[in-house]
Design a binder for this molecule. Structure first.
Ligand code: NI
Length: 204
């Protein structure tokens, strides 16, 4: 079990295409477990390996965890391929653990069919709809060096990146112990199962 440091934008790794996983072995299974620890700790619902600095085509998702620490349905998706997208589009206010406190509406297909390898190296094919579909597409983008702000206007994108650059320079994202002197917001607990009807933001 380990909580890994996150890659925060702007960072060239977030623009880099990740390499396929050659073999699903114990090292990959440990990485996936550490990514879940990290994602729950940071209160995200999805995480791509590149976000913890590993440029491999692996992502995890759990859009139904509860704030009291209960894991929901966990997905580990390795070497994913989108085999089919729906024409029906869905707009969702996305956030990203690599873009702390930044959110923007992104339009994506509402349903997507994905072929991938699971943690045992078996091939799977699954159709995702709703929040999990948004999440999986957001994470597959990460594996291709694409981030959610690439889907919004350049004006808004530049604004977000400028802001993060400034905060990064000021050491805002350096690991630290939270205390009453922190000048940033702390995550609060909701105590419920997350789904697409939540009226708050989710980090992907
Ligand atoms: Ni993200």
């Amino acid at each position: 079990m380990a909580i890994l440091p996150l890659v925060i934008a702007p960072d060239p790794r977030l623009k880099t295409k990740s390499e396929p996983v050659a073999q699903v072995d114990d090292a990959i299974r440990t990485l996936a477990a550490d990514m879940f620890d990290t994602m729950y700790h940071e209160k995200g619902i999805g995480l791509a390996a590149v976000q913890v600095g590993v440029l491999k085509r692996l992502l995890i998702a759990d859009v139904t965890w509860r704030d009291d620490g209960g894991p929901g349905k966990q997905y580990v998706i390795i070497n994913p391929e989108i085999v089919q997208g729906n024409e029906k589009l869905n707009s969702y206010k996305e956030g990203c653990l690599s873009f702390p406190d930044q959110f923007a509406d992104v339009v994506r297909p509402e349903t997507v069919r994905v072929r991938y390898l699971d943690l045992e190296g078996r091939q799977q094919e699954e159709t995702f709809t709703g929040l999990i579909a948004t999440c999986v597409q957001h994470e597959i983008d990460h594996l291709n060096g694409v981030v959610f702000v690439d889907h919004i206007s350049s004006l808004k994108r530049d604004m977000i990146l400028r802001k993060l650059k400034k905060l990064k320079k000021a050491g805002y994202f350096e690991p630290h112990v939270h205390g009453p002197d922190c000048n940033h917001d702390h995550d609060h607990d909701h105590g419920h199962v997350h789904d697409e009807n939540c009226n708050h933001d989710h980090n992907l």
